[in-house]
Write a protein that binds this ligand. Structure first.
Ligand SMILES: [Fe+2]
Ligand SMILES: [Fe+2]
Length: 135
């Protein structure tokens, strides 16, 4: 069973953003599968790096919409994004230093973070962005 299963409760009601969230979930699941299969460290690191790149892209997409339409909660939302990026960069630095780090704790961290962020912080922009015609 995948680590994270998409369900309707996770939908923010905006198709383009739901697609990106699904992709993030798929990437986290792929990393978890690779870990469970005992894949080599460098393969796990590659998947993790791709997840990091896509996460930055997704955050950029949301933040561009916030500034385009003047979303009130922009700063607090951006701060949450930035905190996650900092944590990811920290993990990458440790990996570069040769301290291999991807394990269950990292998977739990990624899962909890993504689900909490979607359910609380992302969900809060739904009405606002829908009212601006974002799809
Ligand atoms: Fe977000
Ligand atoms: Fe998001």
């Amino acid at each position: 069973m995948p680590l994270i299963q998409w369900n309707k409760q996770l939908s923010v009601g905006i198709a383009s953003i739901d697609e990106q969230h699904k992709k993030l979930i798929n990437m986290i699941n792929a990393l978890n599968d690779a870990l469970a299969e005992g894949q080599a460290d460098d393969i796990l690191v590659k998947i993790f790096d791709a997840l990091a790149v896509y996460t930055v892209k997704h955050f950029g997409y949301e933040e561009a919409l916030f500034s385009q339409y003047g979303y009130e909660e922009t700063q607090a939302h951006k701060n949450e994004h930035e905190a996650l990026i900092n944590q990811i960069v920290n993990l990458q630095q440790k990996m570069n230093d040769g301290d291999f780090i991807i394990g269950i704790e990292v998977m739990v961290f990624l899962k909890e973070w993504l689900l909490n962020h979607i359910l609380k912080t992302d969900m809060a922009y739904t009405q606002f962005l829908l009212s601006k015609g974002v799809t």
